[in-house]
Design a protein around this ligand. Sequence first.
Ligand code: ATP
Ligand code: MG
Length: 566
Amino acid sequence: MSDITKEDLSPGPAAAVDFIRAIVADDVKNGKNGGRVATRFPPEPNGYLHIGHAKSICLNFGVSAEFGGTCNLRFDDTNPTKEDVEYVDSIEEDVRWLGFEWTDEPLFASDYFEQLYEYATHLIRAGKAYVDSLSGDETRAHRGTLTEPGKDSPYRGRTIEENLDLFARMRAGEFEDGAHVLRAKIDMASPNINLRDPVLYRIRRAHHHRTGDAWCIYPMYDFAHPPSDAIERITHSLCTLEFEDHRPLYDWLIQNLPVPGEPRQIEFARLNLTYTLMSKRKLLELVEEGHVTGWDDPRMPTLVGMRRRGYTPEAIRTFCDRVGVAKRENTVDLALLEHAVREDLNRRAPRVMGVLAPLRLVIENYPEGQSESFDIVNNPEDDSAGSRKVPFSREVFIERDDFREDPPRKFFRLAPGREVRLRGAYFVTCTEVVKDAGGEVVELRCRHDPATRGGDAPDGRKVKATLHWVSAAHAIDVEVRLYDRLFTAETPGATGDYRSELNPKSLDVLQDCKLEPSVSGAAPGSRYQFERIGYFCVDPDSRDRRLVFNRTVTLKDTWAKIERRG
Ligand code: ATP
Ligand code: MG
């Protein structure tokens, strides 16, 4: 494998070589690790995956695939109090849904607990770790600050024998939670606080979702992660920028432990999105406080939420590729994600006609009881998608917004006396407006021109608007859920509590929508373009006869506009 050259790779759009891929390519070229590339995606099973994780997944799995390497899925389950199998299961499902398959079985840091314990005793024997017995407050007082060095703990000079004994007794459960910790003995005066004798183990009587009650001491993430990488022979340990200051500790551990590999940590910038919260802790609060209906609420930035909303894995992958890998924190416009979704759905989603706010239109010169059907193409972007028959009859629904009794200057759709095209059917002219007692328009009366059958006038006359419609006699009634961004602030929580920035209009439920009958019986997850309106996806809440649709995205592409402006 060491003779792979850049030309041998079959790069996706991602491989417009970013700095990580450049480093990996260089290592491969130089025969580092025998030319092997092994990455891992290391989620903590304390929440559902979100779009930020998708970026890390695409990067780790993408790099390994491009270099003919492996990519592990490893759960970093070192913090038993917040973790749960529910999250393990969802994470596996989400990674698969995104289109990636990990090498071998899923792995768990907890599977290495015994080995990690061994490694810790190795450090003690080498005089590089000690049991400390300061209280929490004392520990903080000894730590120093960014500008002042820390102070050695009085317990730092414990003998190796004493440390081995205390550590064994910590494991055996002889001490209360918090009575002692195991710390690395590095340098309390280091300018890098992560090197001021970091805690390696703490006592915590907590039930672990995999190891049960076998342990009452648990390794810190910073201690568990580097040897876990090494045990798995990871070559490139890709993580987000907040770990940059931890890298010296990562390297110190790899150098000072008898581990079977020499992984290299490389940091990249997290994905931040406008109008989006990406902290698992806050997402959990949104769920627990009922601001959303669950982790899979279609307004959530979670992969389960986006899936339910109708986003495709392809669109998310394309988005991650386009965002690329940066060395500096940045925030990406949510419109770019929506743009990728729209682009993908435009290619794959069949078109149907659906009316969200129906207004009845009666075609007076169309015989009562008669109906016919028109062939309408399913997807102009995809010839192989064919066409379908759409029934038409004397009464159809059009969109309330497509009619104005008193049209403003630039309104070209239906108005009294005006002629428009009913898509694929006929030209119709509005002859009368029917109102209820309150003056609200409840029905339109029209005449159609039978010569325009199929939607074109043989005499070449033009109309300024083409409206979508649904035959009233054939329509199916559906519920439609319109989503908007969950937050009104571009950076939720930047100036205060993100709760005060929740968008009160993030969900609008329409109960009385009409769809053409070809859609009846559609399975949850089916995606459509409702012509002229947007993309929609069947929600799992749909019961037998009544379909529920989530609006995935509107048709209006704000990103395209941003791009044009340059
Ligand atoms: P926590 O605060 O719970 O640790 P986390 O977002 O870091 O949250 P992890 O489960 O530890 O969650 O993340 C798994 C992997 O995904 C890590 O490598 C992490 O760096 C990466 N990751 C998490 N959030 C993002 C993000 N917004 N952009 C890119 N990568 C991310
Ligand atoms: Mg993390």
